[in-house]
Ligand binder design. Structure first.
Ligand code: BES
Ligand code: MN
Ligand code: ZN
Length: 512
């Protein structure tokens, strides 16, 4: 078909969708092939071009087909070929989509590959008409992946900041794609941006009260949300000596921030999400080595992910009740700090001997999970934390560690993670782990003989009712990336928002 016909054929309808995430704004266009600017074209196996792809190839006088032939571009999933200055386009990037029906996760990755290949959004069109997928509104999922891959933290760049975001056109996607993006995935992308922003913010600009203010601002005007913030006096008054202990060495007091979202049945028990919020972890008196200590500015990744997951659910109006609890503290060495050997009294009444002040995450979590059970009687509790270096060593960048009391629950979590694009792998919880945390002078101690992820989980598990479905996520290895993935640039990954989001969708679906 001659290009002129293609350009004017069809509805020419343009559906705008403002993204609250990243820098790009997305416009969804049914079938209008671009004739200039920057183009990302998804190509099937063996270089198969979609109808719009063929039109674009013709516009270039067949140079795209020629380039594929010359370079041996096969169209394998994720294969990328950048072709600058193929007139009349500024830049054309070919990205392989393979020959299998694409899952949502793969669509996200394809969007992310585009963001990684093209760092200038100005005049950019993503041509998605050739993507084969059973997923509803595939173009919306590509846009979502692009938004994630396009993340930049620019707050402190005063010289040469990356190009400001422009309008990105998703071509070959009708207004149902725009609707799915606007009403759902844009909120999720925006929530992940919030989580990444919080995780990247340094310790000198983010401490417990600042975290609270940032999250409050993000929830401003969102329906069916109630925020409660306990300050140091409240925390002391409620007897949360473990949370208080972690924060008492800092000039910045601890907080317990709680965000309730009630979108489900009135009175139905909520799902509790509890996230570790250590705004900086020096180790305390058991001080850390200076090597890489700066990473500990993101030791509140769990709390940031909880804020993001609840925000996404609330913005799209998910039919579920959820309560996010974020215990927040800064772990500093000072004359007021807890010492190794100190005994703290938790809200549950149980006492904890602190043999290492660097094992602080489990301390603030144990009070927060107890509080969650007493105040909210949840039907399921998920806690998420950058808890142990051991988890990072065990499963690396590829998986977060999941620990539960029942293997079946861990297997379910593996499925959810695979679907969400955030994988988890189980580690055990054995009676031996509980034996290891028996203390001579208190009810338990905060470390065991080995420094493993399972010991951290055992400390938290001690404060979780045996019959409560409980999921422990140790994200120490995945919250910060030194190498990019398509949907996560180097830096804070915002890990856990997508995972918990998928879990909440599943649980909301099951309740229908
Ligand atoms: N925040 C750290 C865990 C961590 C390590 C997160 C590396 C991200 C990257 C945690 O508070 C910690 O210090 N854990 C100790 C526990 C040990 C003292 C039992 C650890 O894993 O070394
Ligand atoms: Mn620590
Ligand atoms: Zn920590």
């Amino acid at each position: 078909m001659p290009l002129a016909r293609l350009l004017t054929a069809g509805a020419l309808s343009v559906f705008a969708a403002l993204s609250s995430a990243g820098a790009a704004d997305f416009t969804f266009v049914a079938d209008q092939a671009p004739s200039e600017g920057r183009v990302v074209l998804y190509v099937g196996a063996q270089g198969a071009l979609s109808p719009l792809g063929q039109a674009i190839d013709e516009t270039t006088g067949g140079r795209l087909s020629w380039a594929m032939e010359v370079t041996g571009f096969s169209g394998a999933f994720g294969e990328t070929l950048a072709l600058p200055a193929v007139a009349p386009f500024r830049n054309v990037v070919l990205i392989g989509a393979g020959d299998e029906a694409l899952s949502a996760r793969q669509l996200h990755d394809l969007g992310g590959h585009a963001a990684m290949a093209e760092d200038d959004d100005e005049g950019l069109s993503l041509i998605v008409d050739g993507l084969e997928s059973a997923v509803d509104a595939a173009g919306a999922h590509v846009a979502f992946g692009y938004a994630l891959g396009d993340y930049h933290f620019t707050a402190y760049l005063t010289q040469n900041p990356p190009p400001a975001g422009g309008e990105v056109r998703i071509v070959g996607a009708g207004h149902d794609h725009a609707r799915v993006y606007q009403s759902d995935l844009a909120h999720l992308a925006g929530a992940i941006t919030l989580t990444r922003d919080l995780g990247t913010e340094p310790g000198n600009t983010l401490w417990p009260q600042r975290f609270v203010e940032r999250v409050e601002a993000a929830f401003e005007g969102v329906d069916n949300v109630r925020i409660t913030v306990l300050d140091a006096d409240d925390i002391r008054a409620r007897g949360m000596g473990a949370l208080m202990g972690v924060g008492q060495g800092s000039i910045h007091d601890p907080r317990l921030m709680i965000v309730e979202y009630r979108g489900g049945e009135r009175g139905a028990a909520p799902i509790a999400l509890v996230g570790k919020g250590v705004t900086f972890d020096t180790g305390g008196i058991s001080i850390k080595d200076s090597q890489g200590m700066w990473y500990m500015k993101s030791d509140m990744s769990g709390a940031a992910a909880v804020a993001g997951a609840v925000l996404a659910a609330a913005l799209r109006g998910e039919a579920i009740n959820v309560v996010g609890l974020m215990p927040l503290a800064e772990n500093m060495p000072s004359q007021d700090a807890i010492r190794p050997g100190d005994v703290l009294r938790s809200m549950s009444g149980r006492t904890v001997e602190v043999l290492n002040t660097d094992a602080e995450g489990r301390l603030l979590l144990l009070d927060a999970v107890h509080y969650a059970q007493v105040e909210y009687a949840p039907r399921m509790l998920v806690n998420i934390a950058t808890l142990t270096g051991s988890a990072a060593r065990a499963t690396g960048d590829e998986y977060a560690v999941v620990i539960t009391r029942e293997m079946d629950l861990s297997l379910e979590m593996m499925e959810i993670g695979a679907r969400a694009g955030e994988d988890v792998w189980p580690l055990p919880l054995h009676p031996n782990h509980f034996t290891q945390i028996e203390s001579r002078i208190a009810d338990i101690q905060n470390i065991g003989g080995d420094p493993g992820a399972s010991i951290g989980a055992a400390v938290v598990a001690t404060f979780i009712a045996e019959d409560l479905p409980w999921v422990h996520l140790d994200i120490a290895g995945v919250d910060w990336r030194d190498a990019p993935t398509p949907t996560a640039p180097i830096g804070h990954a915002g890990w856990g928002v997508r995972f918990m989001d998928a879990l909440l969708r599943e649980e909301a679906g099951a309740a229908q």
